[in-house]
Design a protein around this ligand. Structure first.
Ligand code: NAD
Length: 411
């Protein structure tokens, strides 16, 4: 099943509960605009390279469209389209005044110099500057992009339209960014994990955690849960998995990754395991925080964790989702679980519009408030209707977008 088909599958399950007509389903699923552009750049060696960039603007019924920009060699239109629609439901689930979008450039960033990365970014903005903006579509970081890339986007866009830092979020804190944006997604995963554990009657200290991916999201989720007394027994990244029965020393692992180009390779404080073994560990909580599609019908039967928090986007394929549900595994879906990032992006955009800067305490407090409210709504709906947390989250999101669409007037 391709990425967009998977989102459609979850959408339709929720749309059945909402008794949406076929016409309304088609309207809500169809992206407003899909842009594909050529990015011709000169590389450091003088050679010309032609890349393809995408921006999919899925829906703006609830506000300007919002979504990350991914630089990864596997980026294609279908993936960007699916991630754009997930953003529409995600911003609606946490009830922030945005629609959904996503962008991407098919390029292997590990092969680029900083100057090449900057040229590609600026060229991409040259191609899409007229469809993005603080009131229309606001990009943010995703895999392969970071705060520095966001600063280049702001600078390039401002050359056309004048100073306006709200055109992009996830900027460096000292350059119109917001404190706490970097940790926000991982912290949000941690907040939601504790809330779910409390509803399930489990104590943090009895909850062993395995986390796949130790980048921005995985490392901050690990840090938060470690501080909350959950033994984080396994972590991993591209270099493989690291297991420690008594709990990995997360602060030490974070320092190690920071000092070694964000990699855990040769981290000596734990036993080595593979990424597949990590997913199948006998733990109470599993957090996939790397790639999409890592839990499939092929390995679903081997997953032993009774609780999974989807920190990555779409880490569980629909066929695996059904198999896990049959076994009573509780899954906190991506549209809720990783919404902390877009929530703090919203705070950044709001502060940019006020020419003001919030402090970290305020950001954390407001993040907790927004995610807690969304969690309660999703949890209660799932219990009232006896449906999964995923279907409940999609119902909330789709319901809000549907109402805004009708209120705004369709034709
Ligand atoms: P990142 O690039 O900072 O980190 C990704 C991590 O995954 C790295 O540690 C990398 O080594 C590891 N990884 C890559 N391939 C792997 C593999 N095959 N097996 C195990 N580990 C592997 O990315 P990130 O920002 O942490 O994003 C991770 C996921 O979270 C993505 O799916 C992204 O779309 C999603 N997400 C991120 C944010 C955000 O604010 N950064 C917000 C919402 C969703």
């Amino acid at each position: 099943m391709k990425s967009f088909e998977a989102v459609k599958y979850y959408f339709n399950r929720a749309a059945d509960q909402l008794e949406l007509t076929e016409n309304m389903r088609t309207l809500l699923l169809t992206p407003k605009r899909e842009v594909q552009v050529q990015i011709a750049v000169e590389m450091d060696n003088g050679e010309l390279q032609t890349l393809i960039g995408y921006r999919v603007q899925h829906d703006n019924a609830r506000g300007p469209m919002k979504g990350g920009l991914r630089f990864h060699h596997e980026v294609d239109l279908d993936e960007v389209r699916s991630l754009a629609s997930l953003m529409t439901w995600k911003t609606a689930v946490v009830n922030i005044p945005y629609g959904g979008a996503k962008g991407g450039v098919a390029v292997d960033v590990s092969q680029l110099s900083q100057r090449e990365l900057e040229r590609i970014t600026r060229k991409f903005v040259d191609e899409i500057h007229d469809v993005i903006g603080p009131d229309t579509d606001i990009p943010a970081p995703d895999m392969g992009t970071n705060a520095e890339v966001m600063a280049w986007i702001m600078n390039q866009h401002n050359k056309y339209y004048g100073f306006n830092p709200g055109v992009v979020t996830g900027k460096p804190v000292e350059h119109y960014g917001i404190p706490g944006r970097e940790e926000a997604t991982g912290r949000g995963v941690g907040i939601l994990a504790l809330k779910t554990l409390s509803r399930l009657g489990r104590r943090p200290q009895d909850t062993r955690v395995a986390i796949q991916g130790f980048g921005n999201v995985g490392s901050h989720a690990a840090e938060f849960l470690h501080q909350a007394d959950c033994p984080v027994v396994a972590i991993s990244d591209l270099s493989g998995g690291y297991y420690c029965d008594d709990g990995v020393d997360v602060p030490k692992a974070m320092r190690y990754a920071k000092e070694h180009q964000r990699s855990l390779a040769r981290f000596g404080e734990a036993d080595r395991i593979s990424n597949d073994e990590l997913l199948e560990l006998d733990v109470e909580l599993l957090i996939p925080a790397a790639l999409g599609g890592v839990i499939t019908a092929r390995n679903a039967a081997q997953i032993r964790a009774p609780l999974i928090i989807e920190a990555a986007n779409a880490p569980i394929r629909p066929d695996a989702d059904d198999l896990l549900a049959e076994r009573g595994v509780v899954i906190v879906p991506d549209v809720l679980a990783n919404a902390g990032g877009v929530t703090v992006s919203y705070f950044e955009w709001a502060q940019n519009r006020q020419y003001y800067q919030w402090n970290l305490d305020r950001v954390r407090q407001e993040l907790d408030r927004v995610l807690s409210a969304a969690f309660e709504e999703v949890w209660d709906l799932s219990r009232q209707r006896n449906i999964s947390l995923r279907t409940a989250a999609f119902m909330l999101g789709i319901g809000r977008v549907g109402r805004a669409t009708v209120l705004g007037g369709i034709t």
